[in-house]
Design a protein around this ligand. Sequence first.
Ligand SMILES: Nc1ncnc2c1ncn2[C@@H]1O[C@H](COP(=O)(O)OP(=O)(O)OP(=O)(O)O)[C@@H](O)[C@H]1O
Length: 298
Amino acid sequence: MATLILNGKTAQVPVVREAVFACRDAGLALEVWVTWEAGDATRLAEWAGQAGVDRVVAGGGDGTVNEVANGLMRLPQGRRPALGILPLGSANDLATALGLPLEADEALRMALQEAARPIDVPRLDGRHFLNMATGGFGAEVTSSTPKSLKRLLGGGAYSLIGALKAWQYHPYPGVLRWADGDRQASLFVLAMGNGTRSGGGQRLTPQARIDDGLLDVLILRDFRSLHDMWRMRQELESRPAQGDFVETLRTPWLSFEGQRSLPLTLDGEPLKRQGFRVEVDPAALDLVVPADCPLLAG
Ligand SMILES: Nc1ncnc2c1ncn2[C@@H]1O[C@H](COP(=O)(O)OP(=O)(O)OP(=O)(O)O)[C@@H](O)[C@H]1O
């Protein structure tokens, strides 16, 4: 038996209803549970597992997928249903990177019929995420200027400078620790990827794989001038392990002790922490992915 946990704001969308009816007509057993507000998808996913459902499909955006995953992670691993995704958000960063179909009918069929593969589930303190956690500048302005970080990666440095000024940008100094080292860092941006893209298509951690037991970490250090920013952008092209402004590393865990509160996003949902620790639970959840999924390592 499978349950679709559907973000209530999409419950009356005709293509979604048609996709459900088409699957039922094809003989696939599917119940639909609809959310009303934040937190519902987590609770419903946990209940579905307790009721013995063996597959839960998250119907919504990255936020809904995150909530469902958190509900499933409350269950003991042996009783954790497999997770499928029906992408209905505005960004769908995880679904896109996984190579899932974005068309509702095809996506729902795949979520119900395709095999599930074990994936890692990172956890920031007590909160799980599937795709990416980011901290610093991008997280600070996500809600009002979602395209700002994209500009940094794609061009338009002058508009980024404008955005930085408008937001009275200050770096976030603190101590980073990870499995192979530690460093005092003045952060501009920190990205910790299980998946590769966040914020509506920014490929912050393009080498990340969802089943390698590791986080792919991108550290962008503070810069002082437009010239430094150009150098940062050049380094973002070549992705050195340790550049002047860009550093990349892989680790099963990472912690940050900041001098002030750092704005973060977990799968796009905002939160703030002065200090935190991120750890990977390897192969903790079975996720339905296409056979040729580009995010699988093995
Ligand atoms: N019935 C509902 N009506 C409106 N909002 C809802 C309802 N149920 C849940 N929500 C809200 O929707 C949020 C999740 O949104 P979701 O991620 O599915 O869509 P999105 O933000 O459009 O997607 P994306 O993250 O891909 O841009 C939840 O955190 C919750 O606050």
